[in-house]
Design a protein around this ligand. Sequence first.
Ligand SMILES: Cc1cc2nc3c(=O)[nH]c(=O)nc-3n(C[C@H](O)[C@H](O)[C@H](O)COP(=O)(O)O)c2cc1C
Length: 356
Amino acid sequence: MYARDDETGSNSGATNLIGCLTYQSKAAAPPSEAELNDLVAKARQRNQSAGVTGMLLYEDGRYLQTLEGPPDGLGKVWQSIQQDERHEDIELLTEHFVEARLFSDWDLLLYRKRGETPRSFWDRLRRKHPLSQHIQSVVRDAFEANEVGLGDLFARLAESGWHGDEIVRQLIEPSARALGDAWLNDECSEFDLTLGLGILQMAGHAVRYTQDAETLRTKTYSIVLASAPGETHMLGQSLLADQFTDAGWSVEMSFPGSDQALANQLEHQRPDALDVSLSDSLSRLGRIAALRETVKQSRLVLPDHNLVISVGGRLFAEAAATAEHVGADHSRQTMAGTHLRVAELVAHAREVRSGK
Ligand SMILES: Cc1cc2nc3c(=O)[nH]c(=O)nc-3n(C[C@H](O)[C@H](O)[C@H](O)COP(=O)(O)O)c2cc1C
């Protein structure tokens, strides 16, 4: 999913996206201390050159790894990892685009249940910085999946003058490491750790929204958020509306009864982008052909306009379908970060339109 299908390159467009994935797997055979060290040493070298950061946990024959980095580099590393015969039953747990890294200091941080941890580093971080007083409560909220509480805290810190980068670096990243500590100390399960990291990641994302909102507001991108004709579920569409509105987009909703009704709305509004949602709760496997037709008809309305078309729903979240299957420019595997990816595509489309 991380390979780019356009020529925008990783540094063009509105924002540099960071891909982030977490998976777990079983070791084909328990690695010796030396084998594990060798694996990590080689992985570090490669991650560094690919701009990838993250952490690897090993315990009792199981791996849990989080990796983040530019889509191209991350895609290559992930492909190699999936083909590696030293582990099996690889299960992808989360996959997102984010604006800020959790592990910016680490090309690959290794946790071992009974190994050494760079604890003194974390202790130093916690003592040193004023934001560190919040680490404990952030860790607790992450374990309790209290995304709202975390969001409130980050918003208060931003209001009192802390820059988003600082919040991420001095509070969110150290908290992520503290979650790793808790797992090392048998204070939580692997599941809790994964969940906690996911919650932190979402909250970190929210921090950056707030920080970037003013900059993004100066842009005048527009999007029509449509449910696929005949679709009755609108959860994704309504959550996306919040996300795009927060990011300063001009947002129009569409609940068309037919492709023609959608086409009429597009002709009238001439948006930069269109997002078509299928149900987030049901797989809708039989809808691919109809959605392909919706996408095709939508493109025909504004032939010279370079309309960016994004699609989403459980069908795409579970990777049963891709953007290519339905002729779209982008398919969402998650709602997180959608406005960033679409902004990037719109920036590129506008460049093409203006003949650059
Ligand atoms: C559990 C596990 C985690 C790994 N993590 C990484 C990693 O973060 N970065 C990396 O480059 N290789 C990692 N590797 C090694 C890769 O799978 C692969 O062996 C290495 O990148 C060389 O790839 P190549 O044979 O395609 O050149 C990992 C392997 C295992 C078993």
